[in-house]
Ligand binder design. Structure first.
Ligand code: FCB
Length: 441
């Protein structure tokens, strides 16, 4: 595989998953703090109170990035660290932390890619209805303005939201993520306000940061049917509409997919669907997070009359997710053709495996290295097919707090011993380091 010389080799993390630091230095409570401190929500009762203690160890972590040879680093900012109540009073200590982090990255010649929302909504705003409240559009725009004014002199690459599907549906319909609701109408309302909030924040960022490049990250799965039977193909397409097209069409076409709107009927009755036009502000890039394929056939289950099926003979990660690299290529090609974003980044891709503990200074994780290699190869084929893919962020730099799975699932290319906070390169990190240096030679 050959990538362009200016390809951005990166890694990604998210605030609540790595920072720790509890509620010190004025950080307000976020919905994940509340959710993880409520018994029964997270495996082993784990919380993000300490996580990777990145809040105190960011210098060491940037040094590891530099050793890896990373060109770019995607991180998110904790909204309640900066605005403890979500709106109003700014917490200087919070801004200062991100400011020091950005300086450290620039010093190491690593380009900072900031994401404003990776799921840690201030609890104070959740208490007012959170993303179900139409005011959330303004709350988010104001927060974006605070961050853009504070860091816009040094950051050019801005992402509004990470994974609107997961925020709305996993948090408000499946209920396995914060805030833990199981209400489909609420989930669609949240999804709608998220799209409007994205549309509102983009011009705010551009106003404060004239050279900003602004985008959004959408999580896409590759959906298909294992048969050529028309009913099965249609069922897979409906599932694709539920997860992928709902958000792609909103953010890039300013409308919701008519086939899905029709199926949802009354569920959408309280939503002014046409308002989603304002979500389709032109973006400078689209971020895609890709992990897996989903197979569906026609069935009688749920809203979409479909049934998921287990793939035959595939390999799976420790999350139980099928390993299917060619899905990444196919999605990239499709999104480039149909939605024509000027630039695409893979803002997340990676895998959890049950890694052995460190031995002789390394963690041997050949399956993760192979996973990455095969997905990079798929990405390189997509570039050959004309996809404007300009960078790739491995999920994740460090083992971290994997949401409802707690510390039980490890996605890092760098191992974290949570008892001592010692970091150890896995062999996948060595593989990535080698690949980056070869590609840049
Ligand atoms: C994505 C999230 C990220 C991480 C990976 C495994 O959905 O954006 O925070 O949990 O999955």
């Amino acid at each position: 595989m050959v990538f362009p010389k200016d390809f951005l080799w990166g890694a990604a993390t998210a605030s609540y998953q790595i920072e720790g630091g509890g509620l010190t230095d004025g950080r307000g409570e976020c919905i994940w703090h509340r959710f993880s401190h409520t018994p029964g929500n997270v495996v082993n009762g784990d919380t993000g109170d300490v996580a990777c203690d990145h809040y105190h160890r960011y210098r060491e972590d940037v040094a590891l990035m530099k050793e890896l040879g990373l060109k770019a680093y995607r991180f998110s900012t904790s909204w309640p660290r900066v605005l403890p109540n979500g709106i109003g009073q700014i917490n200087r200590a919070g801004i200062d932390f991100y400011s020091r982090l950005v300086d450290e990255l620039l010093e190491a010649d690593i380009r900072p890619f900031i994401t404003l929302y990776h799921w840690d909504l201030p609890q104070a705003l959740q208490d007012k209805g959170g993303w179900e409240n139409p005011d959330s559009v303004k709350w988010f725009g104001d927060y974006a303005g605070v961050m853009a004014n504070a860091l816009g002199d040094r950051i050019t690459d801005w992402t509004t939201l990470n994974e609107p599907f997961v925020i709305s549906f996993v948090g408000n319909f499946f209920g396995t993520h914060a805030p833990g609701k199981q209400d489909i109408k609420a989930a669609y309302l949240v999804a709608h306000h998220l799209m409007l909030a994205h549309g509102a924040a983009v011009p705010v960022i551009r106003q404060a940061v004239p050279n900003a490049r602004v985008g959004i990250t959408i999580d896409l799965g590759y959906f298909e049917s294992p048969t050529d039977n028309e009913a099965d193909v249609q069922a897979a397409y409906r599932e694709d509409g539920f997860k992928n097209r709902w958000f792609l069409d909103a953010a890039l076409k300013g409308q919701y997919p008519a086939d899905i709107v029709a199926l949802l009927g009354d569920i959408l009755e309280d939503i002014d669907l046409a308002a989603v036009k304002s979500a389709a502000v032109p973006v400078d890039f689209l971020g895609i997070n890709y992990y897996r394929r989903h197979l569906f056939v026609a069935g009688s289950d749920g809203l979409f009359s479909s049934k998921d099926v287990e793939p035959d003979g595939s390999e799976f990660t420790a999350m139980g997710w099928e390993i299917y690299p060619d899905g990444l290529r196919k999605l990239l090609v499709r999104v480039a053709e149909e939605y024509k974003p000027p630039v695409i980044y893979v803002t997340e891709n990676g895998a959890a495996f049950d890694d052995p503990p460190p031995a002789q200074g390394v963690v041997n994780d050949p399956r993760r290295a192979a996973y990455l290699r095969d997905h990079f190869a798929a990405a390189s084929q997509a570039i050959e097919q004309g996809v404007p893919l300009k960078g790739y962020f491995v999920w994740s730099l460090l083992d971290n707090f994997e949401w409802a799975e707690g510390y039980n699932k490890r996605f890092g290319i760098i191992y974290v011993d949570y008892a001592t906070q010692k970091r150890t390169f896995k062999s996948s990190a060595r593989y990535y380091q080698q690949l980056i240096s070869e590609q840049l030679r």
